[in-house]
Design a protein around this ligand. Structure first.
Ligand code: NAD
Length: 256
């Protein structure tokens, strides 16, 4: 059995990825997220697939809680083979009105937490000569959109961290890759659809087709299952030569 720690896995993409890992029955899962029913979500997936699970409410803005989550995971499962840095938030605003606290929260949750967690799991992965780190970046890790300054900066930052750790991990069979999704219909995006509909006086259908999916060649939301399958591939023992990459799964957005 391998152990995977997935941040922000009690909602959206993280939860979808956790389900794909659970289905293989080859992974014990450390769940994390701020959802109050987090413990129930973790327990029900554990029961459904007959795998061991753990849940931690560690806050991505509190480095000490992140280090404790890793220590608790190591105490329970003995090792952490795969780390998936997925927790993230968004805020959309022109730069001159962008609240300072939102900037700090986005950089803290989307970028700094990945640094603390990579650092915390690294010694164990190095000692085991096996580690797979997967960062859920975004198409916005490769290109920008207006009004998303903090988010785009955080996602470009995590792509930089990914490249660096890909190099540093190579002697120890630790790989580090970023997945860069286009739009995925999760609570994070549902909030944006509602906000944009209000701001532009458009219907939600028009926001989806005229604003969101405008940049994707494939006019469909990316599914969490597709992202989970990519994460499983990157986590595989045979994927040791895939490292330092930023892989777009964005319906062709970045091909343009
Ligand atoms: P979501 O809102 O459904 O889930 C986010 C998760 O992160 C939740 O479990 C939440 O509790 C957790 N989280 C937020 N702040 C936290 C904190 N301070 N401490 C601990 N956990 C915290 O969002 P999602 O769409 O599933 O997003 C997941 C990741 O995918 C994010 O990094 C996001 O930037 C990225 N992403 C999303 C999309 C999309 O279209 N939905 C596209 C590209 C990238």
């Amino acid at each position: 059995m391998k152990t995977v720690l997935i941040t922000g896995s009690t909602s959206g993409i993280g939860l979808g990825i956790a389900r794909e890992f659970a289905k293989t029955k080859k992974y014990q899962i450390i769940f994390n997220g701020l959802e109050t029913n987090g413990p129930d979500i973790a327990a029900s997936i554990g029961k459904e697939f007959g795998i061991d699970v753990m849940y931690s409410p560690a806050n991505m803005l509190k480095p000490e809680e992140l280090r404790n989550m890793v220590s608790e995971g190591l105490a329970k499962f003995g090792k952490i083979d795969v780390l998936i840095n997925n927790a993230g938030i968004q805020h959309v605003s022109p730069i001159e009105d962008f609240p300072d606290d939102k900037w700090l929260a986005i950089i803290g949750i989307n970028l700094n937490s990945a640094f603390y967690l990579c650092k915390a799991v690294w010694p164990g992965m190095k000692a085991n000569k096996f580690g797979r780190i997967i960062n859920i970046a975004s198409a916005h890790g490769l290109v920008a959109s207006e009004f998303k300054s903090a988010y785009v900066a955080s996602k470009h930052g995590i792509v930089g961290l990914t490249k660096t750790l890909g190099l540093e991990g190579a002697p120890f069979n630790i790989t580090c890759n970023a997945i860069c999704p286009g739009y995925v219909k999760t609570p994070l995006v549902e909030k944006q659809i509602a906000d944009q509909a209000k701001a532009h006086n458009l219907s939600e259908e028009d926001v989806i087709s005229k604003v969101m999916l405008m940049k994707q060649a494939v006019k469909e939301f990316v599914s969490v299952e597709t992202l989970g399958q990519m994460a499983l591939l990157l986590a595989d023992e045979r994927s040791n030569t895939i490292t330092g990459t930023a892989l777009p799964i964005d319906g062709g957005w970045n091909a343009q």
